[in-house]
Design a binder for this molecule. Structure first.
Ligand SMILES: Nc1ncnc2c1ncn2[C@@H]1O[C@H](COP(=O)(O)OP(=O)(O)OP(=O)(O)O)[C@@H](O)[C@H]1O
Length: 310
C-alpha cells in the first residue's frame, strides 16, 4: 500500500511476570481498511489492544500513531484513537443524546454539530432522544461507537464489537464499520473469534496465536483459490440425474455424491469446464455450477494447526 500507515506496531511485546503474553508483534494499519485481529482464547488480542489504547504499559517495542510515538508523546498519539475495549459505559436512564453530550464535555472542541454528525454516522437519528435502557444491545453498541467517534479519531480500535449481538445486530455493526472505513477513511481494527464475521467485515486479517502474529493476509487470499491445480468442491445442478452421474463417473475416478443441493464432486479448476462440456455433449441439462471455496475457518485451522476457536 502506498499510503502512510495510521498505526505502526514494531516488535510490540508485553511481559507479565515471567510470561510473555504478546510476543514481538509488528503490523501496520492503513486508512480506509478494516483489519481483523483473529485468534483463539487467550492468544493475546485484548492485551495487544489494551496497549494500543494506553490502558496497559508496553514492555518492549514501539507503537506509533500517525507518526507519533505512543511512548514518547502519549497525549498527541492517543488523540487520534477511538476505542471500545470493555463494554461502553453508558448511563441507561439518560437518553442517547444526553450520554453523548456528557462525553462531549470531556473532549476538546466537540460541539452540538459533531454530536449530530456522529449520530448520523451510526444511524441513530430516530432514537437518539430515547432513554438508553430502551435500546437493543445493537443500538447500545452503536451509541458506544458514536461516543468513540466524537473526537474525530483516525483509527478505531474495537475489542470484540459484535460480542453478544444477534445476527441483525452483528450486521448493523458490520455495515457501520465498513462504511466508516470506506466513506470516512478511518482505519478500523476489530478483534474477534467469529470467523464468519471477520470474513464479511474485514479487508485484511492477522492471526495471533500464543502472543505471536503468525499470518497476515487479505481476506480473499485466505479464502480464495487461484491455482488451476487447486482442488475445488463443486456442486452441479443437473438433469436428468442418473445420466449426469454416469457421465461424471466416466470422467473422474472420484465418486460424485448426490446431495440435496445437487451433485457434489471434487475437481481441479481446469476440470470444471471440461466436465461441463462432456455433460452438455451427453445432453444433460446443466442449470448451475457452484464452487465451495475454502472457508476462512478451514484456513484458520490450517494456519493454527487446528487450534480451537472460541
Ligand atoms: N494481568 C495479567 N496477568 C497475568 N496474565 C494475564 C494478564 N492479562 C492477561 N493475561 C494472560 O495473557 C493471555 C492473553 O490474554 P488476552 O486477554 O490478551 O487474550 P485474548 O486473545 O484477548 O483472549 P480472549 O479471546 O479469551 O479474550 C491469557 O493467557 C491471559 O490469561
Amino acid at each position: 500500500m502506498s499510503q502512510e500507515p495510521v498505526l505502526r506496531m514494531q516488535n510490540l511485546t508485553k511481559r507479565i511476570g515471567n510470561k510473555t503474553i504478546v510476543d514481538g508483534v509488528s503490523l501496520e494499519l492503513y486508512p480506509g481498511e478494516v483489519f481483523g485481529f483473529l485468534g483463539p482464547n487467550g492468544a493475546g488480542k485484548t492485551t495487544t489492544i489494551r496497549m494500543l489504547v494506553g490502558l496497559m504499559s508496553i514492555s518492549e517495542g514501539e507503537v506509533s500513531i500517525l507518526g507519533t510515538s505512543l511512548k514518547k508523546d502519549f497525549e498527541e498519539a492517543v488523540r487520534h484513537v477511538g476505542g471500545i475495549v470493555e463494554n461502553p459505559e453508558l448511563y441507561k436512564f439518560l437518553s442517547g443524546y444526553q450520554n453523548l453530550l456528557h462525553y462531549a464535555r470531556m473532549c476538546d472542541n466537540v460541539g452540538p454539530e459533531r454530536i449530530d454528525e456522529v449520530v448520523k454516522l451510526v444511524g441513530l437519528e430516530q432514537r437518539i432522544h430515547d432513554k438508553v435502557k430502551t435500546y437493543s444491545l445493537g443500538m447500545r453498541q452503536r451509541l458506544g461507537l458514536a461516543q468513540a467517534l466524537l473526537h474525530s479519531p483516525k483509527i478505531l480500535i474495537l475489542d470484540e464489537p459484535t460480542n453478544g449481538l444477534d445476527p441483525s445486530g452483528i450486521r448493523e455493526i458490520r455495515d457501520h464499520l465498513r462504511r466508516l472505513a470506506k466513506e470516512e477513511g478511518l482505519a478500523v481494527m476489530v478483534s474477534s473469534h467469529l470467523l464468519s464475521e471477520m470474513e464479511l467485515m474485514c479487508d485484511r486479517i492477522g492471526i495471533i496465536q500464543q502472543g505471536k502474529l503468525i499470518d497476515v493476509k487479505r481476506v480473499e487470499e485466505f479464502v480464495g483459490t487461484s491455482d488451476v491445480n487447486d482442488r475445488l468442491t463443486t456442486i452441479w445442478t443437473v438433469e436428468p440425474l442418473e445420466q449426469a452421474l454416469e457421465v461424471i463417473r466416466s470422467f473422474t475416478e472420484l465418486q460424485p455424491e448426490s446431495t440435496s443441493r445437487g451433485v457434489e464432486i471434487t475437481l481441479t479448476r481446469e476440470q470444471v469446464p471440461k466436465l461441463n462440456t462432456r455433460l452438455v455433449e451427453a445432453e444433460v441439462r446443466v442449470y448451475a455450477i457452484h464452487s465451495l471455496s475454502k472457508t476462512l475457518e478451514d484456513k484458520y485451522l490450517e494456519v493454527t494447526g487446528g487450534s480451537h476457536i472460541a
